[in-house]
Ligand binder design. Structure first.
Ligand code: GDP
Length: 174
């Protein structure tokens, strides 16, 4: 069975742990509990009728400014770069997170590993105002993300879809 390592990165509080919990356990909790160390989630998804194992790496306390650690990035096949749809500032941070990963891991041909841009907490957006998926997708295209999704770890919207899309992109390149 294929096996891929996927990094889950982004600013503190954007919902990385919640997204992993949604994807892996299909649960959500409002209670804030900062991740200590690194949490792993193992998810088996199906691509073209074939099962694929995905290990999600949700590492706490990654200091992007101090540089994301090379060890954490080692052998990573792709990344979900998570932002908070209700905090515009976290979107700008996404390109910096992507850059940090690009500095530490590459595909064998030297190109960047595929990354999907996620704007989480979409359930909190007031319809008709704030970020739209068009805005997000434009931003993602400009910054060489392979795709983008508005998600809600709370409601469950697009959480699995974002991961499946990422893994499809990983498989295209391997
Ligand atoms: P992390 O620091 O990026 O891992 O963020 P957490 O997963 O710990 O989430 C931070 C806070 O945001 C917690 O209180 C979560 O309950 C909340 N949260 C996460 N995802 C969502 C979401 O999709 N919708 C809403 N309304 N709250 C969320």
């Amino acid at each position: 069975m294929s096996f891929f390592k996927v990094l889950v990165i982004g600013d503190v509080g954007v919902g990385k742990t919640s997204l992993v919990n949604r994807i892996v356990y299909n649960t959500f909790t409002e209670k804030y509990k900062a991740t200590i160390g690194c949490e792993f989630g193992l998810k088996i998804i199906e691509i073209n009728g074939e099962p694929v194992r995905v290990q999600l790496w949700d590492l706490a306390g990654q200091d992007r400014l101090g540089g994301i650690s090379r060890l954490y990035c080692r052998d990573a096949n792709g990344a979900l770069v998570v932002t908070d749809a209700t905090r515009e500032g976290t979107l700008e941070q996404a390109s910096l997170w992507k850059g940090s990963v690009d500095d530490n891991v590459r595909l064998p041909d030297g190109s960047p590993i595929p990354m999907v841009l996620v704007a989480n907490k979409a359930d909190l957006l007031v319809p008709g105002s704030g970020m739209t998926s068009d805005d997000l997708s434009r931003f993602a295209n400009q910054r060489q993300f392979v795709a983008s999704y508005m998600t809600s770890s709370k409601v469950g919207t697009n959480a699995n879809e974002a991961l499946v899309r990422l893994v499809e992109e990983i498989m295209k390149r391997s």
